[in-house]
Design a protein around this ligand. Structure first.
Ligand SMILES: Nc1nc2c(c(=O)[nH]1)N[C@@H](CN(C=O)c1ccc(C(=O)N[C@@H](CCC(=O)O)C(=O)O)cc1)CN2
Length: 289
């Protein structure tokens, strides 16, 4: 089974080795990369992801600072915390773990993060730069998927890539990164008519809907490469993706598992972006509002 399986833990591990080497080099020059993580509320999945991010930082020698707030925190308090971090020289990357409680405007919070420290790649300046192919922080999940494809020798150019899902943090940037690598991209979403007719045409199928096992055997083409971004619980409480892994496995040429596929790459690319930010520390421009 291993030939078909795109193993995000293994590929992420290889990339983390090169990041670690570069972190060591930077540290020998007296620079320690630093990441600030803001966590609001008590969502248990968010707590797990943040703990995993901190553990990964510590394994690679990246300084991480956790800033925790109760769910009732005001938007203004959050904004002033971000302002402080924007000018903190020990901090190269700032991330606010999503989702935020409903009374907080997520976009307003993202907009307040300095684009020079926006290691999630969610700030409109980084999104815009990514769209026109300028160097920028790229969002971690889509850029991690591009790495999975690259390390698995999947040539994207000229292929029909179908992205199911249009979120700002995964679906939309995913399609754009595939387009930049010369794929022919189709977006599908909750209003798409006859989803299956389109997913069946995909050479590369990326599914990011948050709907457990939405994609089954009848929805994929023979030999397709399937990337599952989903993170759901099945009726037995077991972690599962948006793709019915067991049903499609025989049909596809390669597939990511859940867990152990895309998830670990999200954290790897966060470490990568934090390192890139630390490398640019000396040339970082003051934020012009
Ligand atoms: N500020 C951000 N918020 C959120 C992001 C993000 O990129 N930035 N993405 C997701 C959550 N996420 C990272 O924050 C994330 C999700 C899943 C994993 C992961 O490694 N999953 C494991 C399984 C973990 C488990 O057992 O529960 C896997 O797939 O193997 C990492 C990061 C939303 N919020």
């Amino acid at each position: 089974m291993s030939g078909k399986l795109i193993n995000g833990k293994e590929i992420g591990g290889k990339i983390r080795e090169t990041i670690q080497q570069e972190v060591n080099d930077l540290k020998s020059e007296g620079i320690t990369p630093g990441l600030a993580v803001i966590l609001v509320g008590d969502d248990s999945a968010s707590h797990t992801y943040v703990a995993n991010k901190q553990k990964a930082c510590s394994e690679l020698g990246i300084y991480s600072r956790l800033i925790q707030f109760e769910a009732e925190i005001s938007e203004d308090t959050l904004l002033s915390q971000i302002e402080q971090l924007n000018t903190d020289s020990a901090i190269d990357g700032i991330l606010v773990q999503l989702p935020l409680p409903k009374h907080i405007n997520e976009q307003k919070i993202i907009d307040a993060i300095s684009p020079y420290k926006d290691v999630d790649g969610f700030h409109p300046i980084n999104v815009g730069k990514m769209l026109i192919g300028e160097p920028s922080f790229q969002p971690c999940t889509p850029s991690g998927i591009m790495k999975l494809l690259e390390y698995s020798n999947v040539d994207v150019a000229g292929k029909h890539a179908v992205v199911v899902g249009r979120s700002n943090i995964v679906g939309i940037p995913m399609g754009q990164l595939l387009l930049k690598k010369d794929a022919t991209v189709t977006y599908c979403h909750s209003k798409t008519q006859d989803l299956s007719a389109i997913t069946k045409q995909a050479d590369i199928l990326v599914v990011a809907t948050g709907r457990a096992k939405l994609i089954g055997k009848e929805d994929v083409k023979d030999g397709a490469v399937v990337i599952d971004v989903g993170m759901n619980r099945d009726i037995h409480g077991k972690l599962c993706g948006d793709v019915d892994f067991d049903a499609v496995f025989e049909k596809v040429s390669a597939i990511t598992p859940v867990p152990g596929g895309v998830g670990p790459m999200t954290i790897t690319m966060l470490l990568y972006n934090t390192l890139q930010s630390a490398k640019k520390k000396s040339s970082r421009q003051p934020l012009v509002k």
